[in-house]
Design a protein around this ligand. Structure first.
Ligand SMILES: Nc1ncnc2c1ncn2[C@@H]1O[C@H](COP(=O)(O)OP(=O)(O)OP(=O)(O)O)[C@@H](O)[C@H]1O
Ligand SMILES: [Mg+2]
Ligand SMILES: [Zn+2]
Ligand SMILES: [Zn+2]
Length: 314
């Protein structure tokens, strides 16, 4: 936390020293105006650190000064790493603080993501997580809050990919004559990778092989991967699967019902699912979890002025 000389916290960044904004379709970070001129190093980018060492027993311990990069240099590097993560612009606002839990499962999801982000062990093995749930329940919000914290506060390198964009990028890479390994390489090696919309797509052999290779590589290297999906994790729900579409339902209803029940295990196959079980903790949000996009829309069409604070953006 950085405070001004007057002791006040910066109104723009809240003392975090960086600001995240939407820039086109990406979330973009910049160093806050309050911190562009570093008062620690006076803009030089380095500071002196006093060290003590004994070079000869006769002379005894000697103190000397060394040049070390100033914290402002770390800050600039982290901000530039953040701009490589690839988080969507609509998620620029998402933090743990402005995530609301409407049920116990959402509370668990937030706690799991927060615990993961705040206790990430750079030297050890870190179990990732899979968030499964209906649309608009904040899964991408939590992935974003987690990556923001890891990159800007912990100093990790991370990437976010929406799965269909990943397939499209790989397809394009192939057309440009690159090999699969060449394209998947950077995603296999990054410290933390978040894969959003797991299970989406046509499930073509190309898509399955790509996903299989990426996950197997990360699994073999012991790297941490986070996931979000609309597909169900619970095998028990198979038993509750809706009966064959009756004459009372439209084809669309039947499709939606079938999809609601579809398991991620069936979408990604046993090989990937088995690895997920070892790599991640699972949280499933129940079907009745409210869709925040719809809730917002309903508030917007409500007649008359909204009660104060109701429409405040987070
Ligand atoms: N529990 C929540 N608390 C605060 N904001 C939320 C919550 N859930 C969703 N939102 C907001 O609603 C919008 C949609 O959320 P988000 O994109 O994270 O949903 P999602 O679960 O990823 O949906 P989908 O399955 O369609 O990808 C975002 O602006 C997000 O910040
Ligand atoms: Mg999402
Ligand atoms: Zn500031
Ligand atoms: Zn500095």
């Amino acid at each position: 936390m950085v405070t001004k000389a007057s002791g006040e916290v910066c109104g723009e960044c809240g003392g975090r020293t960086y600001v995240i904004e939407r820039q086109g379709d990406r979330a973009h970070a910049r160093v806050c105006k309050c911190s562009t001129r570093c008062t620690l190093c006076d803009g030089r980018g380095f500071t002196y650190e006093v060290r003590e060492e004994t070079f000869s027993a006769k002379v005894g311990p000697k103190r000397y000064e060394v040049l070390v990069p100033c914290v402002c240099q770390h800050r600039a590097k982290r901000v530039s790493h953040f701009n490589e993560v690839g988080l969507p612009g609509v998620m620029a606002h998402a933090t743990f603080e402005n995530y609301r839990a409407f049920n116990e499962a959402q509370d668990r999801a937030r706690n799991l993501a927060m615990h993961f982000a705040h206790h990430y062990d750079k030297a050890g093995v870190n179990k990732g997580f899979v968030l499964s749930g209906p649309v608009g329940t904040g899964k991408t919000h939590l992935l974003t809050a987690t990556l923001k914290h890891l990159v800007l506060e912990v100093g990790l390198e991370a990437r976010y990919v929406e799965i269909s964009l990943l397939y499209a990028t790989i397809r394009r890479g192939f057309q440009e004559g690159k090999s699969g390994g060449e394209i998947i390489g950077p995603l296999s090696d990054v410290e933390v990778l978040a894969i959003d919309e797991l299970g989406k797509g046509r499930g073509s052999p190309f898509e399955m092989e790509t996903l299989d290779e990426l996950i197997a590589r990360r699994y073999n290297a012991g790297r941490t991967t986070l996931f979000a999906t609309n597909y169900s994790l619970e095998p028990e729900r198979r038993a509750a699967r809706a009966p064959a579409p009756s004459g009372y339902r439209t084809t669309e209803d039947a499709k939606t019902a079938a999809r609601d029940m579809e398991l991620i295990r069936e979408r990604v196959g046993e090989r990937i699912y088995s690895r997920l079980c070892e790599m991640c903790s699972f949280v499933e949000l129940p079907k009745e979890t409210p869709d925040q996009r719809r809730m917002r829309q309903e508030l917007d069409v409500r007649p008359g002025p909204p009660p104060s604070g109701m429409r405040s953006k987070h």
